[in-house]
Design a protein around this ligand. Structure first.
Ligand code: 5GP
Ligand code: ZN
Length: 118
């Protein structure tokens, strides 16, 4: 069973923010911003590429509710999903990183940058 399934099952502790029948939001153990929340479906889905559209439809209002609860809806936030090896995904269970609480930088993500479009 993957780490996030263990968190869903209660076999691993987590600092929960919000939960319903289908989704769970909890604090990231190694926060990369003042607010860093992980949002997952309770069902094990490996990554975004394998995610059925109805899951995305249902998770959207849940993510928006988490952002409101944390009062990020007005100040703004970043929503990230790392997909697969090149995406840097470490936990093979679909999750969204909700990051905020400060003005986030937009880092250089790769050494081999794409050619300029113009
Ligand atoms: P990924 O690199 O797969 O996109 O992100 C995985 C995230 O899960 C990382 O930010 C990491 O800090 C977080 N994480 C890994 N293991 C645990 C855990 O056991 N508990 C919590 N709360 N977060 C975890
Ligand atoms: Zn899982």
């Amino acid at each position: 069973m993957c780490i996030f399934c263990k968190i869903v099952q209660g076999e691993m502790p987590s600092n929960k923010i919000l939960e319903n029948d289908d989704f769970l939001a909890f604090h990231d153990i190694f926060p990369k911003a003042p607010i860093h929340i992980i949002i997952i479906p309770k069902e094990h889905i490996e990554n975004f590429q394998l995610t059925p559209p109805d899951v995305m439809q249902k998770i959207t209002p849940f993510i928006q509710e988490v952002a409101k609860l944390l009062e990020l809806d007005q100040s703004g936030y970043r929503l990230i999903t790392n997909n697969g090896k090149d995406g840097g995904q470490e936990v093979p269970h679909l999750h969204f990183h909700l990051l905020g609480g400060t003005k986030l930088s937009w880092p250089q993500l790769a050494q081999d940058s794409a050619k300029k479009a113009l």
